[in-house]
Design a protein around this ligand. Structure first.
Ligand code: HPA
Ligand code: ZN
Length: 338
């Protein structure tokens, strides 16, 4: 049975969102508004028609339409408005901190200057800290369907703006694009002082998670659900508390799991892994961070203790300083006790 008390508890939990593609927060209404001001014609008549096209069979079927939607973004203002509209929603869901992916190659390949992308996003992030009390960090993702050389060029273009982003990541098509391809660009990013994360084990095998850890030297894994295919890897993830940024609604939409009930989030949480709940591409997958918590709680029968642990894990896995993490743990503990 559904408990409204539990729903209120989930809303009240301070949360950190660690797996969120800013291009994946583009709601169809904003897509139309931005297309209009940029004098672009979409192949859809209205927002409902766009939403009806969101029936995916796998990661690639989603990525095709996601890149099509992202093509309306052209100016610094567009990137600002995109990020601002996400951050306003996040604040209402009690997301206190968001570590946000962006895909510069999706935009620079269309002739959009890198500077317009990063300054638009950064401007919204600065405003969110002041006006919404939400802190943020940006994570620059390399598109793994493109070449390692392209990734290196992107890093070189980005480094003059290094003060605006915290880490590098790896996203897009995973199958047959092993992390090892990106060893050199990751080494260069880490040498510049950037942190590292990578998508691995969403559609790709458990070995891609090992490669991300051992070759790219990431401090957390995005998705990682296929770790269960390698018992030694699961033991290592638990032992080293390597965070997995899981996205339950995304996994069902992209047919990684048949239903939320089959998701391995709870099982891995029980094994002591630092599992976190996130939204991936919420405008496409039917829900933001809060919705992912609510629906996972219902489908997997998560109780207060497990939900509080997930929220604590989200801060533990974040790039926030230890003192800020501690404040959030204490706030979560006080909520649990009340
Ligand atoms: N996986 C890989 N690439 C992505 C995703 C994802 O879930 N979302 C946006 N780009
Ligand atoms: Zn993702």
């Amino acid at each position: 049975m559904k408990s409204h008390g539990l729903d209120a508890f989930i809303l009240a939990l301070p949360k950190a969102e660690l797996h969120l593609h800013i291009e994946g927060t583009l709601e169809p209404e904003l897509m139309f508004a931005i297309a209009k001001r940029n004098k672009l014609k979409l192949r859809f008549k209205n927002a409902d028609e766009v939403r009806r096209a969101y029936a995916f069979t796998d990661l690639q079927s989603f990525l095709n339409i996601y890149y099509e939607g992202a093509a309306v973004l052209q100016t610094e203002r567009d990137f600002h408005d995109l990020a601002w509209s996400y951050l306003e929603r996040a604040a209402k869901q009690n997301v206190r901190h968001a570590e946000i992916f962006f895909d510069p190659q999706t935009h620079t390949s269309r002739g959009v200057p890198f500077q317009a992308v990063i300054e638009g996003l950064h401007g919204a992030c600065r405003e969110a800290r002041e006006k919404l009390g939400v802190s943020t960090k940006l994570i620059l993702c390399f598109l793994r369907h493109l070449s390692p050389e392209d990734a290196l060029n992107t890093l070189d273009e980005a480094l003059p703006f290094q003060e605006y982003f915290e880490a590098v990541g790896l996203d897009s098509t995973e199958k047959n694009r092993p992390p090892e391809l990106f060893t050199v660009v990751y080494a260069k990013a880490r040498a510049a002082g950037l942190k590292a994360v990578a998508h691995a084990g969403e559609e790709g095998p458990a070995d891609y998670i090992r490669q991300a850890l051992d070759l790219l030297k990431v401090s957390r894994i995005d998705h990682g659900v296929r770790c269960v295919e390698d018992a030694d890897l699961v033991a290592r993830l638990a032992e080293e508390r390597i965070p997995l940024t899981m996205c339950p609604l995304s996994n069902v939409k992209l047919c990684v799991f048949k239903s939320l009930k089959e998701h391995n989030l709870r099982k891995l949480l029980e094994k002591g892994l630092c599992v976190t709940v996130n939204s991936d591409d919420p405008a496409y997958f039917g829900g933001y961070a809060l919705d992912n918590y609510l629906k996972s709680a219902e489908a997997l029968g998560l109780g207060r203790d497990e939900l509080a642990q997930l929220a604590k894990n989200s801060f533990e896995a974040s790039f926030l300083p230890a003192a800020e993490k501690k404040c959030c743990y204490d706030e979560i503990d006080r909520l649990g006790a009340s």
